[in-house]
Design a protein around this ligand. Structure first.
Ligand SMILES: *Cc1c(COP(=O)(O)O)cnc(C)c1O
Length: 422
């Protein structure tokens, strides 16, 4: 099926007399008539549900829909985008290991990978996403376990060179993990360009209505961990906590996700709530429609801003003047996302006055939902940094992040115009 159809019909196919709408299975536990069948589930010898921390039917149906949208092999939901990225990396890297991470990623993920994972004994090398192949090569070590990047980075909007990154990762025998939150599988399916594992903050466009925090991990099944048994012992060597089961052997292409569920979800418990999965699914049903409108509106607004005399610069990959225009056209011909960043000639004080004058666009710490919103990184998310430190982090003190919603584009434009006049 095509992506638009999967959005509506994927993940759940009711049988005769069953509910037409994906049901919410609001139950922590599942009933069995004999002790033996429950024991088999605990040993991962049979598939089935027994406790919703590990698996829940509603969560699984939503994960299956996202898996189908990405063209993957297996998927799981998590309680947030943060836990999705944490599990995706920690599933194959542990104390004493090393990972390679793009410098241009979401602030929360940057903190997770460079501060918190470091405290857990995982060493990190940061690379510029625009590094040459030779420069990237130098980042790898004996104990490197994966490469992590974002398809369209939040908030820099740098479009990843998927083929370069996957080529280098594979040359060094490690998978490439990509956070695909901003373009969503509607605009980009990273597996088609060599990416091995995709993560999402479903919190953003997938939910699309700012209702619920959530995450998802999808494995393409393409990276053959069993080729590197010494490098990935957690997947390729007997697991003590499951009577010596070998995940890559027993579950093949689903081994990576099975391990993340059976070990990380079991022990760390960052599971999604079935009620929240239901909301995510309602959002997913209109994802294809919404992404089209987000991109249409953002394109018009980026063009308007670029031509406005009070605006000093606009960053949107859909503008021919953008450094990533050609790359975005190649990997995301239907558009990237609805997020734009720009600055006014009046700098920081101009940004503050502009934002206070907006009426339709709200000032919120969120991006990628149906309602247009703005954020001023220098006064909000990066408030602790001095102007000098902002410069070092490539953040213009006057930079405004605008997340274009799906209202009528003329109403958004009118609001921006009156705020610029004010
Ligand atoms: C928001 C976001 C996250 C974190 O998601 P939460 O659901 O807020 O934990 C991760 N990656 C990207 C690209 C994001 O935009």
């Amino acid at each position: 099926m095509r992506k638009e159809t999967i959005c509506v019909q994927g993940g759940y196919t009711p049988q005769n007399g069953e509910p037409r709408v994906m049901p919410i299975i609001q139950s922590t536990t599942f009933k069995y008539t004999d002790s033996e069948s429950m024991a088999k589930l605990f040993d991962l010898d049979a598939s089935g549900y027994f406790y919703s921390r590990l698996a829940n039917p509603t969560n699984d149906m939503v994960a299956k829909k996202i898996c189908e949208l990405e063209g993957g092999e297996a998927a799981m939901l998590t309680s947030s985008g943060q836990s999705a990225n944490y599990f995706a990396v920690f599933n194959i890297a542990e104390a004493g290991d090393h990972i390679v991470v793009s410098s241009s990623i979401y602030g929360g993920t940057f903190n997770l990978l460079t501060v918190t994972l470091k405290k857990q004994g995982i060493d990190v090398t940061i690379v510029d996403p625009d590094s040459s192949e030779e420069e990237l090569d130098k980042a790898f070590k004996e104990n490197t376990k994966c490469v992590f990047a974002e398809s369209v980075a939040n908030p820099s909007l740098i479009v990843l060179d998927f083929e370069k990154f996957s080529k280098v990762a594979h040359k060094h025998g490690v998978p490439l993990i990509v956070d695909n939150t901003f373009p969503t599988p509607i605009n980009c399916r990273p597996f088609e360009f060599g990416v091995d594992i995709v993560t999402h903050a479903t919190t953003k466009y997938m939910d699309g209505h700012a209702l619920t925090i959530g995450g998802c991990i999808v494995d393409s099944g393409n990276f053959d961990f069993s080729k590197y048994p010494d490098k990935y012992p957690g997947l390729c060597k007997p697991d003590e906590s499951y009577h010596g089961l070998v995940f890559a052997e027993k579950f093949g292409k689903s081994g990576y996700i099975m391990k993340a569920v059976a070990c990380l979800m079991r022990d760390l418990g960052a599971c999604q709530a079935p009620q929240n999965s239901f909301y995510i699914n309602v959002g997913l049903e209109t994802l294809a429609l919404r992404m089209e409108r987000h991109c249409y509106n953002a394109q018009k607004i980026a063009e308007f801003l670029e031509a406005h005399p009070k605006v000093s610069w606009v960053n949107y990959p859909g503008l021919p003047s953008n450094k990533y225009y050609e790359r975005a056209k190649k990997y995301m011909p239907k558009g990237t996302c609805g997020v734009i960043s720009f600055a006014l000639k009046d700098g920081r004080s101009g940004a503050e006055r502009f934002m206070s004058a907006l009426k339709l666009a709200a000032v919120v710490t969120h991006v990628a939902d149906a309602r247009t919103c703005v954020l001023h990184p220098a006064s909000h998310t990066h408030r602790q940094l001095s102007d000098e430190q902002l410069k070092a982090a490539s953040i213009d003190p006057g930079m405004i992040r605008l997340s274009v919603g799906i209202e009528h584009v003329d109403d958004i434009l009118d609001d921006i115009k009156q705020a610029l006049d004010a």
